[in-house]
Design a protein around this ligand. Sequence first.
Ligand code: TYM
Length: 328
Amino acid sequence: MLGDKKVLFSGMQATGNLTLGNYLGALKNWVTLSDEYECFYSVVDMHSITIRQDPAVLRKRARTLLTLYIAAGLDPEKNCIYYQSHVSGHAELAWILNCFTYMGELNRMTQFKDKSVNAGLFTYPVLMAADILLYQADVVPVGIDQMQHLELTRDIAQRFNGIYGDVFTVPEAYIGKVGAKIMSLQDPAKKMSKSDENPNGSIYLMDDPDTIMRKFKRAVTDSEGQILYRDEQPGIKNLINIYCACTGKAPDEVVREFDGRGYAEFKPAVGEAVVSVLKPLQDRVEELSKDKAYIDSVIKNNAEKAQYFANKTLRKVQKKVGFPERIR
Ligand code: TYM
């Protein structure tokens, strides 16, 4: 708790081109939840370097991502929007938590299994645990693909609390009703991902309206010809999820709306719903980006605020594990 509000933490990597999955699975829910909680939204640039980055590109993408958080409707006066690398506590707590995490636990992480690995990528979930626990977060809104990391975070927190008493709040995941797992438009068995080599499978947040419409018209569906919300039609189910997440409608409403109509009508309708969400967002990012002084002030002020709260937890943890007291 911070004051009379519960705490929320979430973050996104500034790697690659963000997709509609990132928006519908995470960012959109962040905005909905932001009034109810005391929120920390981080641009997790330290996670990004687990894969080799071009420094200038990373810096630029990180700034665009931070701007996107604001453009999406997160007020930086009320929400702490900051770069992970500006708060040294993330790395410091991650080190301590590394000493409370087993190799076997990290070996089981599916994300790690997929790639050839540096030590940073191996211990990446511990840094994520540190992010969350540093702010004593009660709730963490993420897409389904992050659930495994959140379970590990809870295990580490409980293990630590078991040894030292109630140091960490044990966080809960918040998974949205629709949009928690947006699938590729080219292969509905695969998650929509910024690292997909086929750009037609993903809608990028900065795609222009024509590109968005074209990608939806080409979306892989099936030969059933009926718009029904069921697992046997994963392509259509994915399109219904996207449509629902963009319009606020429920799946059964959409099924009724398109009853008797074909895919040739439904696909462009989904495209239009997405354009109507992304176009204003893109315009706002462009407008905000011009105000360099404003973005700079957000970066500075919020880093200080985050550092303050991070240090409170960090000092407590350092004391618990037996580090000597600071002499003032
Ligand atoms: P990242 O940057 O890969 O993704 C950011 C958020 O987008 C969600 N997401 C999706 N949701 C639905 N459908 C999809 N196809 C889809 N693709 C991505 C993710 O679930 C995530 O919520 N390790 C994290 C970043 C992170 C973090 C944290 C998150 C670091 N520290 C602490 C929460 C709390 C990551 O790489 O997310």
